[in-house]
Design a protein around this ligand. Structure first.
Ligand SMILES: C[S@@+](CC[C@H](N)C(=O)[O-])C[C@H]1O[C@@H](n2cnc3c(N)ncnc32)[C@H](O)[C@@H]1O
Length: 213
């Protein structure tokens, strides 16, 4: 696959343990600042009755918050299959079972298998995918109204952290890698389908970029 890694690598990195940690964090403290930035932007643009496509949505925290704020329904695309139990539990707790369709699919590899949606979201996903240009241009082409994504800020701390993580993974014999793609190159790819940048915010070590049609 052109992402960087075999799907098995995603399956082992984004494990059941990782899923439980994300779910626990959301349960105790709500959304992270960057995830809140994504939800705030989408909500401010108006999401009443909107369809949402989240790529790499994990346990689905952002989806639950968008549904709470008026979105009609969500499709989640994932490569890892380890989130399902936690995702189901969070949806049941929120009384939203049945409003999210969860599929296992890499949209960059199979764009024609996915319906467009009003709002397309990628939170903490481009940094796990080598071919960001393909992923973001396909994501943008599926966005009827807006595309909102986050990426790690291109700063020294992240460079050191990402470098150390890739070194550790290489040492462990894993092919999985994390990426600090150039922010402006990502924007160019996201805009390629006719979207324009409508907002950019910074939240801790993450940047949020929002584009609208
Ligand atoms: C760091 S996790 C973030 C999960 C969730 N968005 C969150 O913030 O809790 C990145 C996720 O993106 C998924 N992913 C990466 N590339 C993807 C792609 N092309 N299609 C679907 N999922 C993808 C991975 O499987 C992984 O679960």
């Amino acid at each position: 696959m052109s992402g960087c890694c075999d799907h098995d690598d995603y399956q082992s990195v984004f494990s059941g343990r990782f899923a439980r940690r994300q779910s626990r964090r959301y349960h105790r403290r709500g959304l992270t600042p960057a995830a809140r930035g994504i939800v705030d932007f989408a909500t401010a643009q108006g999401i009443e009755g909107a369809t949402v496509l989240e790529i790499g949505g994990g346990v689905g925290q952002i989806q639950i918050e968008l549904l709470r704020r008026g979105a009609a329904r969500v499709t989640n695309l994932e490569i890892s299959q380890n989130y399902e139990a936690e995702a189901e539990r969070l949806l049941a707790q929120a009384g939203m079972t049945g409003r999210v369709t969860r599929r296992f699919l890499d949209i960059a590899q199979a764009p024609d298998e996915v319906e467009p949606a009003d709002v397309v979201v990628l939170h903490r996903v481009v940094c796990c995918y080598r071919d960001y240009a393909r992923l973001l241009s396909v994501a943008g082409a599926h966005a009827r109204r807006m595309l909102v994504y986050s990426h790690p800020a291109a700063n020294v701390v992240n460079r050191l952290e990402f470098g150390a993580e890739n070194l550790y993974r290489r040492f462990k014999g894993s092919d999985f890698r994390v990426f600090l793609h150039a922010p402006e190159d990502m924007v160019r790819a996201a805009r390629s389908g006719g979207l324009t940048v409508a907002g950019r915010t910074h939240a801790r070590d993450w940047d949020v970029v929002a584009l609208a049609r």
